[in-house]
Design a protein around this ligand. Structure first.
Ligand SMILES: [Zn+2]
Ligand SMILES: [Zn+2]
Length: 326
């Protein structure tokens, strides 16, 4: 990589709000991109997202990045997601070659475009590429053969209506009051869901915050720790945050925000909005999956600087479907 290419990559990372520390480039550890039953050979990249339009028959690293992306978000087989989310991918086959855009790749792209209502017929066109390069939630999409046009429920829920919640905000930069503001923002997000349904999370009042069923915290890097053990899904590919469904496991209700992004509560253009992302992740922690409605809170993608702090009709219908209310 020459100096010009390096500067271009760093500029891109800055544009996504990813810090140099997290992105790494030359000083990043070499790692493997896992896809289903195989692994992509290690290669050093600063930008793991596809950066050009792609079509069936294309070959090379850009295709490998596309495969990694489709595998990470539920469109191609992924053993890690299966373990973490009990997940069935949209397409159950693996592409013949990791660096070749074949018929399996095309089917997975069709499933992605169908979920997000994008044109393209299995070709990664400009609109599809633009969405792929938008920061998003790390929870995989729950894709069905005939996709519903409204909210999607995960199939999991809390067996009681007042799960406790707690947030660790000390990992955010100290000073400027952002830690306290983030705490308030999360409280607002909890209140938003509670206001529309019979689920009423309560602030944790005990001595051991990690006993709180809904537990929000910021974590650094790709692989990171959870409350009790390593998180099974590393932060990759511009993932802002992720959450575990209330599935009865010891990580149920955990929410991790990625410190590689800048976080703010004042709508800063280059930062992720704490309250908006917390509202989305709390939706998962309460049992909702991703919706295809881009105005809804449970839509997986959100650009930096975007504020989405109110539930849309689709979100309200979804949370009431699970817990009742009205
Ligand atoms: Zn999500
Ligand atoms: Zn995590």
């Amino acid at each position: 990589m020459n100096r010009r290419e390096l500067l271009g990559l760093l500029a891109f990372a800055g544009g996504l709000g990813i810090s140099r520390r997290a992105c790494g480039c030359f000083w990043r550890r070499r790692r493997r991109y896992k896809i289903g039953c195989r692994e992509i050979e290690p290669f050093q990249v600063c930008d793991p997202l596809p950066s050009q339009v792609l079509a069936p028959g294309d070959t090379g690293q850009e295709v490998a990045k596309l495969h990694a992306y489709l595998s990470q978000f539920g469109y191609l087989p992924n053993v890690g997601l299966q373990r973490a989310y009990g997940y069935t991918p949209a397409i159950s086959e693996c592409p013949r070659s990791l660096e070749t855009y074949d018929e399996v790749t095309r089917k997975a792209v069709v499933a992605f475009q169908s979920f997000y209502r994008l044109p393209g017929e299995g070709t990664v066109n400009e609109r599809t590429l633009q969405l792929i390069r938008t920061p998003r939630c790390g929870v995989p999409d729950k894709v069905f053969p005939s996709q519903p046009t409204r909210y999607v429920v995960s199939g999991y829920k809390w067996p009681f209506n007042n799960p406790a919640w707690w947030a660790e905000t000390w990992q955010l930069p100290s000073g400027s009051g952002v830690q306290k503001l983030a705490w308030q923002a999360i409280g607002n997000a909890v209140g938003e869901w509670a206001g529309y349904s019979n689920i009423k999370p309560q602030k944790y009042m005990g001595d051991l915050p990690q006993s709180s069923p809904i537990y929000l915290c910021w974590r650094a890097g790709g692989p990171h720790s959870g409350k009790f053990r390593p998180c099974p899904t590393p932060f990759e590919n511009a993932v802002l945050a992720h959450a575990a469904y209330p599935d009865g496991s010891d990580r149920a209700g955990e929410i991790h925000f990625n410190t590689a992004f800048h976080w703010a509560t004042d709508g800063s253009a280059e930062a992720a909005d704490v309250e908006s992302v917390a509202l989305h992740e709390l939706g998962h922690a309460l049992g909702l999956a991703h919706t295809a409605h881009n105005e809804a809170v449970m839509y997986a993608y959100i650009s930096l600087g975007t504020i989405k702090r109110k539930c849309a009709a689709d979100d309200i219908d979804g949370i009431r479907q699970i817990y009742g209310g009205g």
